[in-house]
Design a protein around this ligand. Structure first.
Ligand SMILES: [Fe+2]
Length: 278
């Protein structure tokens, strides 16, 4: 039976400040020193601090740092997109600007689409793009119609027996909004995936073992009808200012696959934010 390991790095938010690039290199060093070695890396979106609200020069600078950190790694990397990876949506440069919207992320990650799937042994991995762009500067967390149709076909091809992992930036299912903002408020469409119910309807009869989520920077697992919805923390913790909410350290998730079983553990890479150093 298949036995392999992979690592998921969410919300890296690399930037020149607060030692973020050094921290990312340290995190990747920790990934490479794992035994057994991971077969590949996935990332969960918000690879850079932000491209939405900054100049083109600043956005490119951050993407170059990302590229520098990842380019010589001896294992495949599959990037999911996050809201902060979208260039120019809030600052509204001319739409003819090179890299506008999702183009810059695609250029720097070497993909011609922001959603795709791949296989490892008999497992199937699906990277989704749930950053749905509306009229600038608006967006919401949603998987659009064209992608739903692609997902439907991709799952049909995969079949109901093979184990599947879904990866997306904004959560489909999380306890975080209830415990962070209140138990009776509707969560924001910029936090939770607006059409998660429809998405689950689409995949619930397949063998979806896990949904890897980011965006909140917290670590949690919610299990529903045998699917684990794992919020995978953040390499950047509280955006490079220490552990998220003081309790979720800067780290990444190690997934171990054995046959049809999946287990995970959150791993801190021992970063101490310069903002907290005395
Ligand atoms: Fe983030």
């Amino acid at each position: 039976m298949a036995k392999f390991r992979f690592v998921h790095l969410s919300d890296i938010h690399v930037q020149p400040e607060l030692g973020a690039f050094e921290a990312l290199q340290r995190a990747l060093g920790a990934v490479l020193s794992l035994r057994p070695r991971p077969a590949f890396i996935t990332t969960g979106g918000d690879a850079i601090m932000d491209a939405m609200f900054v100049s083109r020069r600043r956005a490119v600078l951050q993407f170059r740092l990302l590229q520098n950190a990842f380019e010589h790694l001896p294992l495949p990397v599959y990037h999911a997109i996050g809201n902060h990876d979208i260039y120019g949506w809030s600052e509204q440069p001319p739409r003819s600007e090179p890299g506008y919207g999702k183009e810059m992320f695609k250029q720097f990650t070497g993909k011609d689409t922001t959603y795709f799937s791949f296989d490892q042994a008999h497992w199937h991995f699906i990277v989704l793009d749930n950053i749905h762009l509306l009229e600038p500067p608006h967006w919401r967390a949603e998987v659009d119609e064209a992608q739903l149709e692609w997902l439907r076909r991709d799952l049909m091809k995969t079949g109901k027996a093979r184990p599947v992992v879904l990866i997306a930036h904004a959560p489909l299912f999380s306890i975080f909004p209830q415990f962070h903002w209140g138990t009776t408020q509707a969560p924001s469409e910029q936090i939770m995936t607006r059409n998660a119910k429809e998405l689950r309807e689409l995949f619930k009869d397949y063998n979806v073992k896990a949904v890897l989520q980011g965006h909140t920077h917290i670590v949690e697992e919610c299990t529903y009808t045998d699917t684990k919805y794992v919020s995978c923390g953040a390499v950047s913790g509280e955006w490079w200012r220490g552990p998220r909410l003081g309790v979720h350290p800067e780290g990444f998730v190690v997934f171990d696959i054995d046959g049809d079983r999946l287990q995970w553990q959150y791993m801190s890479y021992g970063w101490k934010s310069p903002a907290l150093r005395t």
